[in-house]
Design a binder for this molecule. Sequence first.
Ligand SMILES: Cc1cc2nc3c(=O)[nH]c(=O)nc-3n(C[C@H](O)[C@H](O)[C@H](O)COP(=O)(O)OP(=O)(O)OC[C@H]3O[C@@H](n4cnc5c(N)ncnc54)[C@H](O)[C@@H]3O)c2cc1C
Length: 447
Amino acid sequence: MPASSHIPLIVQPFVSDRAKHTLDLVEQFVDNDCIPAEPLFQAQLGQGERRWTTNPVIMDSLKAKARSLGLWNMFLPKNRFSEGAGFTNLEYGLMAEYLGKSKLASEATNNAAPDTGNMEVLAKYGNEAQKREWLVPLLEGKIRSAFLMTEPEVASSDATNIQLSIRREGNEYVLNGSKWWSSGAGDPRCQIYLVMGRSDPSQQDPYRQQSVILVPANTAGITVHRMLSVYGYEDAPHGHGQITFENVRVPVSAMVLGEGRGFEIIQGRLGPGRIHIAMRTIGASERALEWLIARINDDRRKTFGQNLSAHGVILEWVARSRIEIDAARLIVLNAAIKIDQGDAKSALKEIAQAKVLVPQTALAVIDRAIQAYGAAGVCQDTPLAHMWAMSRALRIADGPDEVHLLQLGRRENRARKDAIIAKMDWQRTEAQRLLVVAGFSPTKSHL
Ligand SMILES: Cc1cc2nc3c(=O)[nH]c(=O)nc-3n(C[C@H](O)[C@H](O)[C@H](O)COP(=O)(O)OP(=O)(O)OC[C@H]3O[C@@H](n4cnc5c(N)ncnc54)[C@H](O)[C@@H]3O)c2cc1C
């Protein structure tokens, strides 16, 4: 059964025939080309320091094949950008699920983070010269990029804390400060950093102090100190860098949108990106469920004379995983439709729901699959341990759960409290009235 026949009923009216056809191509490309190429990618990457200087050639072959199939830049939504493949957020969301099944598929189709978010920034806020210099090669998949916001010295989930200084001197800006968790900075093809820093500490409004500026990765004064690991995984050649800026000079033309517009840019950048990550994570969960089903039906590995699938508790894991993935998918697709019908700002609630729910769902599903494999599940012989580490990091990356929950809770509370209290007051009064009219005594309650 092709992927297009699994599109949830509720979203089918929003999906074009062209998107359905492309979705089937994505599924075939991921299943037949990307997943089988994963061990070769690892082998070509090699060991030790050369992992940070090598581009496995299999990636170039995959990119060529993806382009020949028309599977390129599907992430740029058609209602806002002319540069993409012409799909909606919902349609791309369905495709992103399949891309999320293989760690190679997003890059092979030029839909990989952080380039996707950075391309959206450049397409949306960049001027013509910035687009020519950086957006064009990114859209072509010729270079890669990183987004540098988080800093080691401050609690960066509150972006008003960001310290890196951006000071104007004549026709240049001078940058001083440090960053870490700069994803993608390890890749030898990473040529451009989008750096968030403080350009006007004296500005009264804390949301107007920050700016985003374009800094070529080879600018003098930049030092990449090390790559950070995620539960021991370094994600080479991509990597998560720790970087310092010491009197780094860029021309004033490198400023994106204008001084003090940094918050506007990061908010615009993160909405659709969160949906893409969530859908890729749904795909990873589906792959974990496939591994779970394969293990519990493996006739070579019986326990107490039976396949694992004969044990009720294990079938319950399958059932729970099915329910949880299907429910989480609907939350994400609903957010995608909401963005398509308005914009990311009008879908803040739905995006936050998906951002919080999906990694937790994935962790539960992947954990069951790991358990079913016994010790094999925690080692490198299955993709499960790596998938678990990546999903766990998503509860922190791009804003920790608590921050999204706080904002979601605040919004829900503010929007509903008055109407709920008024309705319940009225219902209580009406209940008393009905009792009295029917000849009963009114009830006494403190509520
Ligand atoms: C794999 C990975 C990739 C990443 N990639 C990038 C990248 O490319 N670019 C980039 O700039 N950054 C990146 N990050 C960094 C990430 O966005 C930050 O780690 C995240 O925003 C949290 O900031 P922090 O680490 O400074 O934690 P802090 O801000 O110090 O927060 C620590 C903890 O405090 C708690 N907390 C915070 N606020 C509240 C609150 N309001 N209520 C209750 N509890 C709260 C949360 O539990 C939180 O985890 C990445 C991180 C990871 C793990």
